[in-house]
Design a protein. Structure first.
Length: 336
């Protein structure tokens, strides 16, 4: 198979989260043509995960997995001698192609693996959550995200917090008649920013981003409503952190915990360079699909950017790496 041509073909199919149906259909056709038994796992509407296995091996011990959805906007593919550009080139359509090629390489050696390609990773891991309700008995899950072909020792979790402050409207010439929700919000955020975030001996510190602040009605109106959205990259449990945030906003605002994805320590393989993934993945939502490992070609630093790309050499190297890791895991399982 032509890795580069197939990568460009998939990039050129717009599959922003929610619009994955067309990409899933093409992926299913490709895998069917390669001789796999292909199942479309319904998720929502016409959105489906794609699950592929070798004939005679419906429950493989090893599964390669990544996601087919992308962030907006759609950017068509282009290429140079060294790189393939476009939305999804490294996150994660190039990874998908390298996993298919690795599965073909292992098949030629008599080693069957499964392929699980998911919708919704960029939003809420809806596809992974659906797949987790119907596991297929795998012992190992190799998840693909751009790690520059290094194996992740851990991936940070996520805690999304919405801080909401309420006030009372008044004419801005008479502020004593009103109550500024924006000032309350700013006071609450100042206290939150002083919280000492947890750190981990391997993964380093948690980090926090105040990504959105909104509120008020007009410059001459005392604001009656304001809110901020925070995203904390986690390196441990959240109980104490939630308590501290609640305490920090008391009397000024309310804290609503919108989403939590846990911090994960992951499996490794000897002889492969390691890293810490400061981003989240589908892995926490796939707990029923075997022991997780995380590795893939491409750099997270260019994912989600207008210049997203993947190095062709990294794509080729990833095929060998995925096959090598798969054989190591299965061989050590058989002899243990």
């Amino acid at each position: 198979m032509d890795l580069f041509a197939l990568t460009r073909k998939l990039i050129d199919i717009e599959s922003i989260t929610g619009n994955e149906a067309a990409a899933g259909a093409v992926i299913a056709e490709i895998l069917t043509a390669l001789g796999y038994n292909v199942e479309r796992m319904p998720v929502e509407g016409d959105r489906c995960n794609v699950w592929a296995t070798h004939p005679g091996t419906p429950r493989p011990e090893l599964v390669f997995s990544t996601h087919m959805d992308t962030v907006p906007p759609h950017i068509p593919s282009s290429e140079t001698a060294e790189r393939i550009y476009g939305r999804g080139s490294c996150d994660a359509k190039g990874i998908m192609v390298s996993q298919i090629a690795a599965a073909e390489k292992l098949k030629a050696e008599g080693i069957p693996v499964g392929l699980l390609f998911l919708v919704g990773e960029e939003r809420d891991s809806q596809g992974a959550q659906t797949a987790n309700l119907d596991p297929r008995g795998a012992k190992f899950l190799i998840n693909g995200e751009p790690t520059e072909n290094r194996m992740a020792l851990a991936s940070k979790g996520t805690l999304r917090v919405e801080v909401v402050a309420k006030g009372r409207m008044a004419h801005s010439a008479y502020p004593e008649l009103g109550e500024s929700a924006i000032e309350k919000l700013l006071d609450a955020l100042e206290k939150i920013r002083k919280i000492a975030l947890p750190a981990h001996r391997k993964a380093g510190p948690s980090t926090m981003n105040i990504g959105l602040i909104e509120g008020g009605r007009a410059p001459n109106v005392i604001p009656d409503h304001a809110k901020a959205n925070l995203l904390i990259r986690l390196v441990g449990p959240t109980g104490e952190l939630r308590r501290q945030i609640g305490e920090a906003v008391t009397g000024k605002a309310e804290a609503h915990f919108i989403l939590e994805i846990p911090f994960m320590e992951l499996g490794t393989v000897p002889g492969i360079e390691t890293m810490i993934a400061a981003f989240t993945t589908d892995i926490p939502a796939l707990g029923n699909w075997g022991k997780p490992l995380l590795i893939g070609p491409g750099s997270i630093h260019v994912a989600h950017t207008e210049g997203e790309y993947i190095e062709k050499k990294e794509l080729l190297d990833a095929v060998e790496l995925y096959a090598r890791i798969g054989k190591f895991l299965l061989r050590n399982t058989a002899t243990s």
